[in-house]
Ligand binder design. Sequence first.
Ligand code: MRU
Length: 368
Amino acid sequence: MSELVDTLWLDEETNEVKYIDQTKLPNELLIKSTINLDDMFTAIAKLEVRGAPAIGVFAALSMYVLGVRIDGATLGDYVKEYIRCSNHLESARPTAVNLSWALNEMIKELDRFTMHRFQCSYDSKSLFDIILDDTLRGNLAYVLKTKALHIWENDIQVCKTIGENGIQFIHEGDGILTHCNAGRLATVRYGTATAPIYLAHENGMQFKVFCDETRPLLQGARLTAYELMESGIDTTLQCDNMVASLMASGQINEVFVGCDRVAANGDVANKIGTNGLAIIAKHYNVPVYICAPTSSIDMSIPSGKDIVIEQRNASEVTKMWYNNEMSHEKVKVYNPAFDVTSHELISAIITEKGVITGDYAKELEKIM
Ligand code: MRU
């Protein structure tokens, strides 16, 4: 794999979150820094940082960076502000569960610390009396930094393991189709759907990857094709509506995609178009593999019907990539960012804890 920088990281000298602004790719590799809640919210909402695992890790690092800058006389003030920031970040995007998962992990860590240190939990009244002195600030910073860095490092390890678990499905000479970007840019380093691909490439296997352009925000064209090309992988780009033609031509042996949330029955929310892709794949007898860290599995959601799907701005469809409006200025636009693929269309879910197939409800229950 080429030596691209990580997608995001903590600058430990300045206590800033650094990240690649993905809206500028593939034309410019712009690294941005942030210490500010509004900028962090915007980075997630505008997809400067995107991809389910990446927004989770970004949120965790952000909560540390915000935490060291919170003012307040008491621990109660601190906790109130911390939770306000966390709730605000959580509202930036609704579908990828990794965002709320990572924010919850950070809050649980804060809670564990206050319980251990003061024998009270963060929602306890007695918190309001504890003075926030320099020692306490230092302790809080230490605890939150350790947790945030753990989430960051864990993402790298988890993706590596997804690669190791998924490589068995790639064979010499295969054509692999992917949709959106579940690549290194959607995580800290290896990607989920691309992790088996990068590993197979490192092992010297020959294969071709076909990237869906991924309307309307072109994550496949702008990001996946970019990172695969930079890594020297044989890459072809096609528009989303060319998938059936491509599969009919016999060039695709398997589909690898990522996901934003897996429900308890194995239904999966992923980038809009994944469901159609899976339906076509079923017709052509092409297996569909979902690559998912267990942080994307949401056992509190019984089925895909219950997953909240983000609706985005009409201009992404009518204007964003064109010099002029590309449609009637008053036309109504349907622009969901994700769709749900039924578990019946999925050949396996590849996680860091193993490959799940068959009775998804039972198997998910076991690994979670
Ligand atoms: O809207 P995006 O670009 O954040 O959507 C990303 C996807 O749908 C990815 O496939 C998913 O988050 C998995 S990333 C490993």
